[in-house]
Write a protein that binds this ligand. Structure first.
Ligand SMILES: NC(=O)c1ccc[n+]([C@@H]2O[C@H](COP(=O)([O-])OP(=O)(O)OC[C@H]3O[C@@H](n4cnc5c(N)ncnc54)[C@H](OP(=O)(O)O)[C@@H]3O)[C@@H](O)[C@H]2O)c1
Length: 351
């Protein structure tokens, strides 16, 4: 079955697929190119989605620098997540129909006009939502939501520390936590403290020399949860900030210990610390504190949690800021902006 959505420019060939490719590591302007490729036809159990909006993520920055833990082989089409409309389905597809508006998190491959993806991984997107806003909540939103609601269990009035509260994940996490009645201390660079305050959090510079002490000054009993994408020694600082029975959630090792080409190595200290603290907890040596690792994945929880996020948008709780909407050819500039940390909010490609 097939449908064209009416979004194509007049006369455009539906057999042509415009796509972005990352050809190797290096500078975005040299390593990210736009060209034409064939439009995919869906295989068994797959659907072809006409992309309305695709997210630009920190993952692409890591892939460009050979620092992503699970990188595809160059050259490849990047793009962690997308929102679009099903235009064709292959044999044996159930639960998804041509014309459905959907979201997906293929981890790479979203930066093109047409994406072939397993139909069972598609989640529903309400018709009335802006595509850029909807895609800003796919990976970042579900990550934030699940860390808050599935990795921890926090009561109203608890205090949490959100690292990178000015970033894509951190802003959603902060909005969700404030909505839940939590007190949020959010780390960010000083230039973005106003943006963090506007979300209802107390900003703190992540470069503060003795961060655990600065946090203890704000929350003398410690915090009930720390959400950490720093890794390495950042996890020791986070552990020191925790109140008794508190939880440290490690969701990346993006800052600690990276040197060119290290690939998986920065994640080893995080795995080691998580294992050691698991054993120490079993032995009753952690005052009830625990450390877990989080990695977002598609599936049943993903779909229900994304639906919950979209309801929160409708209720006016969530307003993920959009830093820029770019055509596919604007991908290098969007990646450059993330690389330099120069913007607040989500960059989105509109193919
Ligand atoms: N585990 C998972 O499933 C999962 C899912 C999604 C994302 N992630 C990871 O989560 C992290 C954040 O992603 P994102 O999309 O939010 O990225 P982003 O939008 O680029 O935001 C990065 C954030 O990190 C902050 N930051 C920069 N240097 C820092 C430092 N030395 N210490 C503490 N914070 C620092 C930035 O603050 P300033 O801009 O103010 O400098 C910004 O708030 C990335 O590492 C990403 O790979 C993990």
């Amino acid at each position: 079955m097939s449908l064209e959505t009416g979004t194509e420019p007049a006369g455009a060939s539906t057999a042509v697929n415009v796509r972005v490719r990352m050809t190797g590591s290096g500078e975005p302007e040299a390593a990210i190119v736009t060209d034409d490729g064939p439009r995919p036809t869906p295989g068994r159990g797959k659907a072809v989605v006409r992309v309305e909006a695709a997210g630009v993520s920190f993952a692409e920055v890591q892939m460009l620098q050979n620092l992503h833990p699970f990188p595809p082989r160059f050259p490849f089409v990047p793009g962690y997540d997308l929102v679009g409309r099903v235009v064709e389905t292959g044999p044996d597809v159930t639960g998804v129909s041509v014309g459905d508006r959907v979201a997906a998190m293929p981890r790479h491959g979203a930066w093109q006009r047409y994406v072939e993806t397993p139909a069972k991984t598609l989640a529903a997107v309400p018709e009335h939502l802006d595509a850029a806003l909807a895609v800003a909540l796919v990976t970042n939103g579900v990550t934030a939501y699940q860390m808050l609601h599935r990795s921890t269990s926090l009561r109203r009035g608890a205090t949490v520390l959100v690292h990178g509260a000015s970033g894509g994940v951190g802003m959603v996490l902060t909005q969700l936590a404030v909505h839940q009645g939590l007190r949020v201390i959010g780390t960010a660079s000083p230039a973005k403290h106003d943006a963090v305050s506007a979300l209802g959090a107390e900003p703190l510079d992540y470069r503060t020399p003795d961060l655990p002490r600065a946090v203890r000054e704000l929350a003398p009993g410690g915090v009930q949860a720390v959400f950490d994408h720093i890794g390495g020694r950042g996890l020791d600082a986070g552990w020191a900030m925790l109140a008794d029975k508190g939880t440290l959630v490690s969701f990346d090792s993006s800052v600690a210990g990276y040197e060119g080409g290290q690939w998986f190595r920065p994640h080893v200290p995080a795995l080691r610390r998580t294992g050691a603290r698991w054993i120490a907890r079993r032995l009753g040596l952690t005052r009830g504190r625990r450390q877990s690792m989080y990695y977002v994945k598609p599936g049943e929880h993903f779909n229900t949690d994304l639906a919950a996020l979209y309801r929160l948008v409708d209720e006016g709780v969530l307003t993920p800021p959009i830093a820029g909407r770019h055509p596919l050819a604007g991908a290098p500039a969007a990646v450059r902006a993330l690389l330099e940390g120069s913007t607040v909010g989500k960059h989105v490609l509109i193919p």
